[in-house]
Design a protein around this ligand. Structure first.
Ligand SMILES: Cc1ncc(COP(=O)(O)O)c(C=O)c1O
Length: 378
């Protein structure tokens, strides 16, 4: 469908094109020097010791779960209001996701109090997700993790460039996972990164990313090794030089793009509070700096969300839902949920709508979207 205003959009220019062309000219495509540069720059930008580029954000999450030694019998506390990949990655290891509620209708990230209530003797880890780029309460969550000896994995797919207390999101826990899927703040089409400050976790990530092998094709091409051993049941979660070349350029544009996303978010907030005060725009006065990955709104109680979205569509404006909560999916119906465990999630998940947000959206288009929102509410 040719949307007048799509939900998200990307803009590549000559910089991306020539970076990719350079890789093609070099004759070396799989992980090599460009990927190493990308990892080095990404680690430096985030202020973290190790970064490993992988083929998508789900692979990053899966590697993080294995490197942090999750397995059958372990419970991992995770919000239900996230993309299904968060919980799937836990399940790939045989561990069980335990779904925690979000904080409030203004604060859609996981509640530390809800996490605390769900800790049992089987809990091994907490996986947080920084919804829309807004920070979970990492100081409090790290305190809880320390008190109960739990690992922390950050799903920072929405949060590249976000921070709280001057520290980048994705660098607080034992491992942080990013996605460079095509709708993300920096994109390589498909792609991801897993970061850690822990040398032992880093060694696991390095080995597991490529079949558990002790050397890479790149090492052998450089004459650094002749053969290899296989020391773990690893995966092929490697990236390649084309994706890494795109990633390097996109990382260079990230600050500027995130800053434009923040400007547009403020513009939306101002217009919506004037024109449609019955709509709640969450994350008012949220601490830290957000990458403003998406722009969620909460419709008034009793609204017909599908009709609202159809109405927006008839104006050529694409909207979305973030997210259908995971505990409602058929494949997750075996996970036990107590009656009051996900009260806020269940309420919000029926009323949330995501409006278009991307750096090339114009101020005038934001006006058009908010006018369409006002009309669709009538
Ligand atoms: C919150 C969240 N977690 C995980 C992922 C998975 O990333 P990918 O699509 O790169 O595998 C995404 C991306 O869609 C996401 O939004």
């Amino acid at each position: 469908m040719g949307w007048k205003i799509p939900l998200s959009d990307i803009e590549f220019d000559l910089e991306e094109r020539s970076a990719v062309q350079e890789v093609l000219n070099s004759g070396w495509l799989t992980m090599g020097a460009v990927t190493q540069e990308f990892e080095h720059e990404f680690a430096k930008y985030n202020g973290v010791k190790h970064a490993f580029a992988v083929n998508n954000g789900t692979a990053a999450l899966h590697l993080a779960c294995i490197a942090l030694k999750l397995g059958p019998g372990d419970e991992v506390i995770v919000p239900s209001l996230t993309f299904v990949a968060s919980a799937n990655a836990i399940r790939y290891t045989g561990a069980t996701p335990v779904f925690a509620d979000i904080t409030s209708e203004n604060n859609l990230v996981v509640s530390p109090e809800a996490i605390e209530r769900l800790i049992t003797e089987r809990t091994r880890a907490i996986m947080v997700m920084h919804y829309a780029g807004y920070a979970c309460d990492m100081p409090r969550i790290m305190e809880l993790a320390k008190a109960h000896d739990l690992a922390v994995i950050e799903d920072a797919a929405h949060a590249v460039g976000s921070e709280i207390n001057g520290r980048k999101l994705g660098t607080w826990g034992g491992a942080g996972c990013f996605s460079f899927f095509s709708n993300k703040n920096m994109t390589t089409g498909e792609g991801g990164m897993v970061v850690t400050d822990d040398d032992a976790v880093a060694e696991q990530l390095r080995i597991l990313r490529s079949h558990g092998m002790t050397t890479l094709t790149w090492d052998r091409h450089q004459g650094h090794a002749w053969t290899y051993d296989v020391v773990a049941l690893g995966y092929n979660y490697r990236t390649d030089e084309i994706h890494s070349a795109l990633g390097r350029v996109q990382l260079g544009k990230l600050e500027q793009n995130n800053s434009r996303r923040r400007e547009l978010t403020t513009h939306y907030r101002n217009l919506l509070s004037e024109m449609t005060p019955s709509i709640l725009v969450p994350f008012q006065n949220h601490p830290g700096i957000s990458a403003c990955h998406i722009f969620p709104i909460i419709l008034p109680v009793g609204s017909n969300r599908l009709r609202f979205m159809e109405q927006m569509k008839s104006n050529g404006i694409q909207t979305s839902i973030h997210y259908p909560p995971i505990h409602k999916f058929n494949i997750y119906s075996d996970i036990l949920i107590h009656s009051d465990q996900l009260t806020v999630t269940d309420d919000i998940a029926n009323r949330e709508v995501t409006l278009p947000l991307y750096p090339t959206l114009t101020d005038d288009q934001v006006v058009l979207v908010t006018q369409a929102v006002r009309d669709a509410l009538k």
